[in-house]
Every structure is written in structure tokens, then in C-alpha cells.
Design a protein around this ligand. Structure first.
Ligand code: HEC
Length: 197
């Protein structure tokens, strides 16, 4: 290897290191929108798609948004889901699984519903955070999903819908409390003087 190549390699490596440090320091928003294993569940996804959808900027943590959410606005948004889902106790599956009791439920375990392969390797249950990320961009969160819905880009609208979905259950769970990390990210963002919509 001659010197020029060595120098080039060194420069590239430093750039890579620098980018990694920037990424882990929260410059682009909350870590969960950037960490491949939470958002993308280990699936190979185009980096460009990830960048355009998840690195637009700071997103107020869902637990903080839920504290201010208006569940009364949920049904208006849920109307868009009803082409495919029912939210009622005896609603039954349609094109998509029934969403009564979906909050807290293990992912892809609606009894008697045939899910696509997209969900079979995704671990965990439907927390507010998982719902928020999934509903932002279903096809990026669960690549290959047969849910034919582009997503809800408005973070307040997602929070209102999720707050309402919490209530569509036999024994509604309490809304999650913002964690210390959520509050710190939110405060740090406010400190930078940018808007937190
Ligand atoms: C065009 C039809 C369609 C629309 C519109 C739609 N969904 Fe779905 N949804 C599906 C299908 C189909 C699945 C199953 C996905 C799979 O197996 O890949 C699904 C799966 C889900 C799941 C996973 C449920 C589980 O049991 O794990 C949730 C949560 C969900 N949808 C919520 C919503 C919400 C909320 C909306 C509206 C904002 C919505 N969906 C709009 C078709 C739709």
C-alpha cells in the first residue's frame, strides 16, 4: 500500500468515527429512531429510507406526548384504520386483526388471525413506543408487512390515537410515565432553542 492510500484510509476511518460519535450523542433526535434493532427489528432496510423518515429531527418522546394527548380525537383518526380493522370487543378480524385489547398484547398474536412473515421475528409487545414507531411508517418498521397503510406523520395525531387505543380494552392499562431519558432529551432539545412539535 502506498502512502496516499494509507492517508485516504485514515481520513475515511476518522470520518466514520466522527459520524458514529455524532450519532450516539443524540444530535439527530432520540436514539430509538436511529437504533437499528428497535426500529428496524434486524431487517435489512435501505439506509436512505431510514434517514429520510427517522432522522428529520427531534421527536417529542411518546410518553410526554401522551401526557398531553386528547383521546377524544382518537376516533377521527381511527376512522382511517377501519377500512381494515375493527376496534370493538366483538368486532372480529377484517383485512387486519381486531385491535380491541391490542395495547400490551404480544405482537402478532391476535387469535385466529394469519399474519404475514414480516411480524414473525419481531419480539415484544405493543407498547406505546412500539405503536408510535410502527404507525409512523409501518412498512419501514415491519418491512414486508401486508398492512397497506403509509403511516401517520403527525406526532400529535399519533399520540391522540394511541391514547384512545389504550381505552379500547377489557382492562385499560395506565399510560406510560415519561422516563428520565425522555425528560432529559426533551429538556436538552428545548435548551437548543428548537421547536418541539
Ligand atoms: C389497508 C388496510 C389497513 C389499514 C388502513 C390499517 N391497517 Fe393495520 N393492519 C393491516 C393488516 C393486513 C395487518 C397485519 C399485518 C401483517 O400481518 O403483516 C395490520 C396490523 C396492524 C397491527 C398489528 C396488530 C397485532 O395484532 O400485532 C396494528 C397495531 C395495526 N395494524 C394498527 C393500525 C392502525 C392504528 C391503523 C390506522 C392508523 C391501521 N392499522 C390501518 C391492515 C391495515
Amino acid at each position: 500500500m502506498n502512502n496516499r492510500i494509507l492517508i485516504l484510509v485514515a481520513i475515511l476511518f476518522s470520518a466514520f468515527l466522527g459520524l458514529s460519535i455524532l450519532q450516539s450523542s443524540g444530535v439527530h433526535g432520540p436514539a430509538r429512531y436511529r437504533t437499528a434493532d428497535t426500529v428496524f427489528n434486524g431487517f435489512p432496510v435501505s439506509k436512505t429510507a431510514i434517514a429520510s423518515h427517522f432522522e428529520k429531527g427531534f421527536t417529542t418522546p411518546i410518553a410526554i406526548r401522551l401526557a398531553e394527548a386528547d383521546a377524544g380525537r382518537g376516533p377521527a383518526t381511527a376512522a382511517r384504520c377501519r377500512t381494515c380493522h375493527s376496534f370493538e370487543q366483538d368486532g372480529g378480524h377484517r383485512i387486519g386483526p381486531v385491535l380491541w385489547n391490542v395495547v400490551g398484547r404480544d405482537i402478532a398474536t391476535g387469535e385466529g388471525y394469519r399474519y404475514s412473515g414480516a411480524f414473525k421475528d419481531i419480539e415484544g409487545n405493543w407498547t406505546a413506543e412500539a405503536l408510535d414507531e410502527f404507525l409512523l411508517r409501518p412498512r419501514i418498521w415491519a418491512p414486508g408487512t401486508k398492512m397497506g397503510f403509509a403511516g401517520l406523520g403527525d406526532e400529535a395525531e399519533r399520540a391522540d390515537l394511541i391514547a384512545w387505543m389504550y381505552q379500547q380494552a377489557d382492562a385499560p392499562l395506565a399510560l406510560p410515565e415519561p422516563s428520565a431519558d425522555d425528560l432529559a432529551a426533551f429538556e436538552a432539545h428545548k435548551g437548543q432553542g428548537a421547536h418541539a412539535d
